[in-house]
Design a protein around this ligand. Structure first.
Ligand SMILES: Cc1ncc(C[n+]2csc(CCOP(=O)(O)OP(=O)(O)O)c2C)c(N)n1
Length: 643
């Protein structure tokens, strides 16, 4: 059979339904190969989509999408779904600027029933859809949530299960259990899932259930009664007492082999006829079908460009840079500090290798915790540690911190607890797009009382802010830094305390001042000469703190300059530039402020540089802004002299 012969016949799921059941294994192989071919040349998430190829084929074969709803959790595993739902030809543009999104997106396709990127939303969203269907009388609409075992660790997933268990709506939750999050999955739930997968008694009962279910079709209208029988018989003996999902009123089915596509089709067809909330426990292997990805699942979660034949992963631009990534500096520095201060504890909600908490987890396993995909818990857990005298460093990606906002306010700031929040991936992150940009943090943090909000310009600054934050009684302390590398190849500088609320001048000048916050300010370094060559004397200040903002420095700046530019890689609404404007207004200065930053809209995916340009703060845009302000200021001055 020719390569992709079956896949090429499919544009939409209606084409897939024309295939015979026996052809589905071949189609699955072709789909898998297609994902490997494209993702090796245009990087994205990898292992997760390979793991659900058969499940994806079976779901679209059995269900009537988009009328029936498939709600993918996180959505990083939905590449097969995109390819089978009209986007095969665009798939090579995945995650590229103006290309298709790396996650399901309601604006992209009717088949993407719910927009995702952050985890653990699928059960709640699917329940909402199931209730909507019920209220509208659409009794034949099937709603399916597909959630990974990692995503199932979040509180939100359990809130959904808890609610669904009493709603009697037709909801099917498919638990895609590969025992992996990005890193190996953690927690008691993970152990429980392993237990029920391997328990002999459990599997015997399961087989009996399936034997009976296999006969369901024959019974037709008596299906309900038969199910009742199963429930009263088998289930009450063992399932209900020992199965977590059954005790939440879900009918539990499985575990099934998630790579046996024909069996999956049969199972899903059976489950379609069973009313009420159901959970199908599906066992899969992350990276299935690409040996190296199966062996090193964390590395192949999102490997970047690679050679699909040899498996060699090519180095990204970031790796080739001289300076280290901020997250590596964080990881190494935390261990250094923890060696000096035995109260320091590290906390990450499921991102140990992403944020480099794994360095401390390896060196000091008793003092560093991966708490699962549980940002809210991570923050309140940190608050508890701080309440009893420990010094937690809670590292959360900026956009995921949005989940834990109340915990920051209610559990930490209000109680003046000493918790350091290291916000990784602040700013525009690039190809992950709108769901992942860390652009709201400065704005949403700076309105909270009792909190320090800082952002290091470079590696040395990050180290010194971390050092400063763990000194006694500094309260809640945010240190926000971007994805990728800084500018200092020699970054292991000795620790120095930084005065809280103090910025610094980086370059003197007289015509115009640029005030920046964080590493985005490094864009200016390449512009100094170019701007000076235009005869413009430019000053540059790194403000370092958004809260408390350096008022003394701002007084000096406002007394000296009639125009200033603020630069931030966060939302200009309520962010750093807004803080400067508030100061100017309160102190009655007349300095004109031109704010560069992320405008009041969601920014899609692309390279960081493309997105900076779109937002108007790439190097060229900054240069043009400086020039045009100076030209118009000078024109005004000439006019006023003439008048
Ligand atoms: C709220 C939130 N926190 C963290 C992440 C980062 N993240 C993306 S995928 C993933 C692992 C998900 O594991 P699982 O649901 O088991 O899916 P798998 O990748 O194993 O298929 C994590 C932690 C996220 N997307 N959303």
């Amino acid at each position: 059979m020719e390569q992709e012969e079956l896949l090429n016949s499919i544009i939409y799921p209606s084409d897939l339904k024309k295939l015979a059941l026996d052809e589905l294994p071949q189609l699955s192989n072709e789909l898998r190969q297609f994902i490997i071919d494209v993702v090796s040349a245009n990087p994205g998430h990898f292992g997760a989509s390979l793991g659900v190829v058969e499940l994806t084929v079976a779901l679209h074969y059995v269900f009537n999408t988009p009328y029936d709803r498939i709600v993918w959790d996180v959505g990083h595993q939905a590449y097969g779904h995109k390819i089978l739902t009209g986007r095969k030809e665009q798939f090579h543009t995945n995650r590229k600027f103006k290309g298709i999104s790396g996650f399901p997106n309601r604006f992209e396709s009717d088949y993407d029933s719910f927009g995702v990127g952050h985890s653990s939303t699928s059960i709640s969203a699917a329940l909402g859809m199931a209730i909507a269907a019920k209220l509208k009388g659409e009794t034949n609409r099937n709603i399916v949530a597909v959630i990974g075992d990692g995503s199932m660790t979040a509180g939100l997933a359990f809130e959904g299960l808890n609610n669904a268990g009493i709603e009697h709506s037709n909801l099917l939750v498919i638990l895609n259990d590969n025992h992996m999050s990005i890193d190996p999955n953690v927690g008691a739930l993970n152990e429980y899932l392993l237990d029920i997968t391997t328990s002999k008694t459990y599997n015997k009962v399961k087989d009996e259930v399936w034997n009976i279910l296999g006969k369901l079709k024959k019974f037709g209208p008596n299906t309900q009664a038969l199910i009742q029988k199963i429930e009263n018989g088998v289930k009450s003996i063992i399932l209900r007492q020992s199965n977590l999902f059954e005790s939440l009123n879900f009918r539990y089915f499985g575990p099934v082999d998630g790579h046996d596509v024909k069996h999956l089709v049969n199972v899903l067809n059976d489950l379609k006829n069973i009313p009420g909330p159901k959970l199908l426990h599906c066992l899969t292997v992350k990276g299935k079908g690409f040996k190296l990805a199966e062996l090193e699942q964390t590395k192949w979660h999102a490997p970047g460009l690679f050679d699909k034949l040899t498996g060699e992963i090519f180095k990204s631009k970031f790796d080739k840079k001289q300076a280290p990534n901020f997250q590596d500096v964080f990881g190494q520095t935390l261990v250094e500090l923890a060696e000096l201060n035995d109260k320091i504890i590290g906390i990450t909600p499921a991102m140990p290798s992403g944020c480099s908490m794994n360095v401390m987890m390896e060196k000091m396993p008793n003092r560093a915790f991966d708490v699962g995909i549980a940002e809210q818990h991570a923050v309140t857990f940190s608050a508890g540690l701080a309440a009893d005298g420990m010094m937690p460093f809670c590292n959360i990606y900026s956009s995921f911190m949005q989940r834990a906002y109340d915990q920051v306010i209610h559990d930490v700031a209000l109680q003046k607890l000493n918790v350091v929040f290291c916000l990784d991936r602040g700013g525009l992150v690039g190809a992950d797009g709108a769901t992942h940009h860390g652009v709201f943090d400065l704005a949403y943090m700076r309105c909270i009382p009792n909190i320090v909000v800082s952002s290091p310009k470079d590696e040395e600054d990050l180290r010194n802010l971390m050092y400063t934050a763990q000194l006694p009684n500094k309260g809640a302390f945010v240190i926000r830094y971007p994805r990728g590398a800084g500018i200092m190849p020699e970054w292991k500088t000795p620790f120095k305390e930084i005065q809280i609320g103090k910025g610094r001048i980086i370059k003197e000048g007289t015509d115009i001042a640029v005030l920046s916050i964080g590493a985005i300010g490094n864009l200016m370094l390449k512009l100094y000469d170019k701007i000076e060559k235009e005869g413009i004397s430019l000053a540059h200040y790194d403000m370092r703190f958004v809260k408390p903002i350096d008022e003394e420095l701002l007084h000096q700046i406002c007394n000296k300059f009639s125009s200033i530019i603020t630069i931030e890689d966060g939302t200009i609404v309520g962010g750093f530039g807004s803080a400067v404007i508030e100061f100017i207004n309160e102190k009655n200065y007349h300095t004109k402020v031109n704010r560069l930053g992320v405008p009041d809209k969601f920014i899609e995916h692309g390279t960081q540089h493309e997105l900076y340009r779109e937002c108007g703060f790439d190097e060229d845009s900054i240069y043009q802004t400086v020039k045009s302000i100076i030209i118009s200021d000078r024109a005004k001055n000439i006019k006023s002299v003439i008048v």
